[in-house]
Design a binder for this molecule. Structure first.
Ligand code: HEM
Length: 453
């Protein structure tokens, strides 16, 4: 009689059958994932889904994406009309590298100089309203920041269309969306309009480039098109992909950041004091040149991304038979890496659930984190293309807005964890008060403009 050895599988929670622990997971995804650490560095979450719990294994999976593993979902966890999903891999990787060149130091510096004034313009409108729904308001701001970065100061209807594309997305809770559903048709329609508007702006940029406006990603793409390295449609799809990848993630991160600053007045005082020191008493808008001196604000940004990484669950499909931590993996199985779980690992972070931006400031070399213990932007060949831009945008926005406004969680608006595809504080409402108003009426609360906390 021939017997076959049972397939070795990693440990995991009971009930990891075909449907695994889906129900427990759906009830409390973040709590469920954190709980899985008890089973070790590789956990069998369900028959076809494993979860990685160590920086080293996360690195292995992400580094071998495009070879042993493939990206199994698009950027925002569902099918998009952003053009990227239908690109073939080689084409996408070529396009990615072209766009990546646009994210070089000098274009980032130029962008950094413009970001603050855009942020302040939005905040003035918020202040006129007095109260904002944090996530949608920050999505509008982020859409404009990224549109300007890609396309220059003339962004036409792009920010508006990006916001509408967002609205038209299907709720993740629904099973496979019906192709003919009205929402899906709307998604396609808005996607088409967005691509057409981006196309118009890129063509226009091709005509006016270099005349009176700063260099942006579109210029690089226009050059690549002129040289025959890229088609016009390819250029449009890169810009659309960036717009789509950028605005919801950046907005979620900023919403967490302002919530955390409100919850930690002492840290807010430090950010305020830093802006006072480095930005002429807070009267000057931050530019890219100020970045090296905004260490406290940078610490706040990193700590926010550690505690609340917007893309909290990255998934890969096994493409070729391989092994991980000594366990065999077969094509079709999926492996998940959760930045949220890795960022709260007590093996790497002292008091991991606490908001402590100072852990990032003057960090001694012997306290270096293992690679991939901090990975809000993923890693490997499909790492976030906009990581540096996003970090700069967050530092500049946080410094510019904190020095001018106090954003306070409105009474009775406890945010809930939104975990559909982006981790975001759903329902967060913020009251917006200028620092001048606070100085006149200090009873309205908020840290004073001086002091180091
Ligand atoms: C705080 C803000 C952001 C966060 C947390 C974030 C996070 C991420 C992560 C984790 C990935 C990898 C996804 C995976 O491995 O499956 C990713 C991919 C990507 N991000 Fe970002 N991102 C942010 C902002 C941006 C911005 C501002 C841009 C554009 C300027 C951008 C462009 C992209 C693109 C194009 C990809 C796809 C790369 C590919 O598949 O080859 N992201 N992002």
């Amino acid at each position: 009689m021939v017997t076959t050895a049972p397939l070795r599988v990693p440990p995991g929670p009971a009930g990891a059958g075909r449907y695994g622990n889906r129900l427990a997971y759906e009830r409390d995804p973040l709590g469920f994932l954190l709980d899985q650490r008890q089973y070790g560095d590789l956990v069998r979450f369900a028959d076809d889904l494993y979860l990685v719990n160590s920086p080293h294994l996360a690195e292995t999976v992400l580094k071998h994406t495009n070879t042993a593993y493939t990206i199994s979902r698009d950027l925002l966890g569902e099918e998009t009309d952003g053009g990227r999903a239908s690109e073939d891999l080689a084409h996408w990787m070529r396009a990615r590298s072209l766009a990546g060149r646009g994210l070089n130091r000098s274009s980032l510096r130029a962008a950094g100089d413009r970001l603050a004034s855009t942020a302040v313009r939005h905040a003035e409108a918020w202040n006129a309203r007095g109260r904002i729904d944090a996530v949608p308001a920050l999505e509008e701001l982020s859409a404009e920041l990224i549109a300007e970065f890609c396309l220059g100061p003339e962004t036409g209807r792009v920010p508006d269309l990006v916001a509408r594309l967002q609205d038209a997305r299907l709720p993740g809770a629904l099973p496979v969306p019906a192709r003919w559903s009205p929402r899906r048709r709307r998604l396609h329609r808005v996607g088409r309009d967005l691509a057409a508007e981006v196309s118009r702006l890129i063509l226009r940029r091709g005509r006016t480039r270099g005349e009176d406006s700063p260099a942006v990603i579109a210029d690089l793409l226009v050059t690549a098109c002129d040289e025959g390295a890229l088609t016009h449609e390819g250029a449009v799809s890169i810009v659309v992909a960036n717009l789509f990848a950028a605005h919801e993630t950046t907005a979620a991160a900023l919403a967490w950041l302002f919530l955390l600053l409100d919850q930690h007045p002492q840290v807010q005082r430090q950010v305020l004091a830093e802006a006072g020191r480095e930005l002429d008493g807070g009267s000057r808008l931050p530019t890219a040149a100020d970045l090296p001196r905004l260490a406290v604000t940078e610490g706040v940004v990193k700590e926010t991304l550690r505690l609340y990484p917007p893309l909290w669950f990255l998934e890969r499909a096994v493409d070729q038979p391989t092994e991980l931590a000594g366990y065999p993996l077969r094509p079709g199985q999926r492996v998940a890496v959760s930045p949220f779980v890795l960022h709260r690992d007590p093996r790497h972070y002292d008091r991991p659930t606490e908001f402590r931006p100072d852990r990032w400031i003057d960090r001694p070399a012997d306290h270096a984190l293992p690679k991939y213990a901090f990975m809000p932007f993923g890693g490997g060949p499909r790492t976030c293309l906009g990581a540096r831009f996003a970090t700069i945008a967050m530092i500049v926005t946080a410094a510019a807005l904190t020095s001018r406004y106090r954003l306070t969680r409105a009474p009775g608006s406890p945010p809930v964890f939104g975990t559909r595809s982006i981790l975001q504080p759903e329902g967060l409402t913020l009251d917006v008060t200028t620092r001048e108003e606070l100085a006149v009426a200090p009873g309205r609360g908020g840290p004073a403009a001086t002091g180091t906390g």
